[in-house]
Design a protein around this ligand. Structure first.
Ligand SMILES: [Zn+2]
Length: 230
């Protein structure tokens, strides 16, 4: 990442110029140009419920910034689902619920509730690799899943998931997105030393395998039948 330092008196002017150049370049070449000093706030149009901690918000910010840097098309996929409301409800954990999405509230806000502090998921199947990447990959995958539900409802798909069949169709859509995201993760070339890159590769490959097994399994279909037992 290139950083440019301006003398203090010129900082504001410099930022205005940088933004103007950034805007002009984006207009000309699309989103491929990354301008130094132009760091849009990834938390814009996101509201946090009182149950959502500051640590969670920081984790979300770091994760979204990682996503924007390495997989901008998937960052856009999430950003397009704004406005979003994030909440945390640990009582859901006892019911075996990791997260859930609801769409939509006031001003079309899509809500995502997590049952654990962000960054604390660790699937048993995931190898114990040092660093935050394993948890972050799993968290982003859950986020993509829930964002898909919100996008689908906004687009008028599966709006009334009140029976097992519609529930399965909606979950299939979210699982398909997670799978596409898992494949995209395996194509990411992260910066860092050879060790960090090897660790990342291990995580991304394992995550794809877990996501594939989950999508092909029947557990989520059974949950749909149990939730809509008539
Ligand atoms: Zn789902």
């Amino acid at each position: 990442m290139v950083k440019i330092k301006f003398p203090a008196a010129l900082a504001v002017l410099g930022l205005v110029i940088a933004l103007a150049i950034f805007t002009a370049k984006v207009g000309a070449f699309g989103n491929t140009v990354v301008a130094p000093n132009a760091r849009p706030n990834v938390l814009e149009h996101i509201t946090f419920a009182s149950t959502f901690t500051d640590a969670d918000a920081r984790y979300l910010q770091t994760s979204l910034e990682w996503l924007r840097e390495y997989l901008p098309e998937w960052y856009t996929y999430v950003a397009d689902a704004k406005p979003l409301l994030f909440a945390q409800d640990e009582t859901q954990r006892a019911r075996g619920i990791i997260s859930y999405a609801k769409c939509c509230y006031t001003r079309g806000t899509g809500a995502i509730t997590f049952s654990a502090p962000l960054g604390q998921w660790n699937l048993d199947e995931m190898p114990a690799v040092p660093g935050v990447q394993a948890q972050q990959v799993q968290f982003l995958s859950v986020l993509i899943h829930e964002v898909t539900h919100i996008r689908d409802v906004r687009a008028g798909r599966f709006e009334h998931a009140r029976d097992a069949r519609t529930c399965i169709a909606a979950e299939q859509s979210a699982n398909d997105s997670e799978l596409a995201f898992a494949r995209a993760l395996t194509r990411v070339q992260i910066t860092g030393d050879a060790n960090a890159r090897a660790n990342y590769r291990l995580i991304a490959d394992k995550h794809l395998e877990i996501t594939q097994d989950n999508a092909e399994g029947v557990a989520w279909k059974i949950v749909c039948f149990l939730m809509h037992d008539e």
